[in-house]
Design a protein around this ligand. Structure first.
Ligand code: AP5
Ligand code: MG
Length: 223
């Protein structure tokens, strides 16, 4: 099963993806995490991506598609949750072509949206573990010990693009390039929107309901 988590910055894509990995054993592909990893390793691709990411702009499609293609060529699990990818119509078309080569297709797109004010509220209090990637919120889901990950004892840090100015820029990009993907997937009958006023746990149940119902997305087309 291939599920896309589509949503605004700070909507909770990473939070929901991690839970689906733990609960259902999905493979997790987060292009944001892959790009941050390339930046921290100082690779050529990372240096190119960093220019865009720190200001909150989208990384060019060819870089992101190249990264995802490499991943699929190396082999992935059959059940995958795509978090933050695709993010533009050309990326969605590139994904379709790639999956079709592997004789599969996107089964369902779960759409979570929030406002820029809510994103600033959430992201200005988000910290995550630099070792295992666990995500916390200092306002309502703090770690037991300040600055230390409950899961692995790693150091908790803030993302450099979680400043208000970069968040606003990420929203501008989101509205211009990513939100139009809702039409792309709605027209195929595979878009499922979740109610974003819910708590993280309630959203989890909604997503479980969608997946347990076989996505309720109709017959998927392959090839
Ligand atoms: P990426 O890493 O994908 O960031 P993003 O889309 O901006 O989203 P975030 O990771 O900030 O938020 P999230 O939705 O995962 O929320 P989270 O679960 O952490 O991308 C970063 C950058 O990389 C992009 O700007 C771009 O430059 C580049 N990039 C990545 N992919 C790309 C692509 N495909 N193409 C081009 N460029 C790309 O939750 C946020 C906080 O809220 C946490 O503290 C959490 O605890 C809390 N929270 C979660 N759910 C709830 C809830 N229901 N209620 C209250 N709080 C909640
Ligand atoms: Mg994320």
């Amino acid at each position: 099963m291939i599920i896309v988590l589509l949503g605004a910055p700070g909507a909770g894509k990473g939070t929901q993806a991690k839970r689906l990995v733990e609960k259902r054993g999905f493979g997790h592909v987060s292009t944001g995490d892959l790009l941050r990893d390339a930046v921290s390793r100082g690779t050529e691709l990372g240096r190119r991506a960093d220019e865009y990411m720190k200001g909150g702009r989208l990384v060019p499609d060819e870089i992101v598609l190249g990264l995802v293609e490499e991943l699929f060529e190396a082999g992935t699990s059959a059940d995958i949750i795509l978090d933050g990818f695709p993010r533009t119509v050309p990326q969605a078309e590139g994904l379709d072509a790639l999956l079709s080569k592997h004789e599969t297709a996107v089964d369902c797109v779960v759409f979570i949206d929030i406002t820029v004010d809510e994103a600033i509220r959430r992201l200005s209090s988000r910290v995550s573990c630099s070792d295992c990637g666990a995500v916390y919120n200092l306002m309502w889901k703090p770690p037991a010990t300040d600055g230390v990950c409950d899961v692995c004892g790693g150091e908790l840090t803030r993302r450099s693009d979680d400043e208000p100015e970069a968040i606003e820029r990420r929203f501008t990009e989101y509205h211009a390039a990513t939100k139009p993907l809702t039409d792309y997937y709605r027209s195929r009958g595979i878009l499922r929107a979740v109610d974003t006023s819910l708590t993280s746990e309630e959203i989890q149940s909604e997503i479980d309901g969608i997946l347990d119902g076989g996505c309720g997305c109709g017959t998927r087309e392959t090839g």
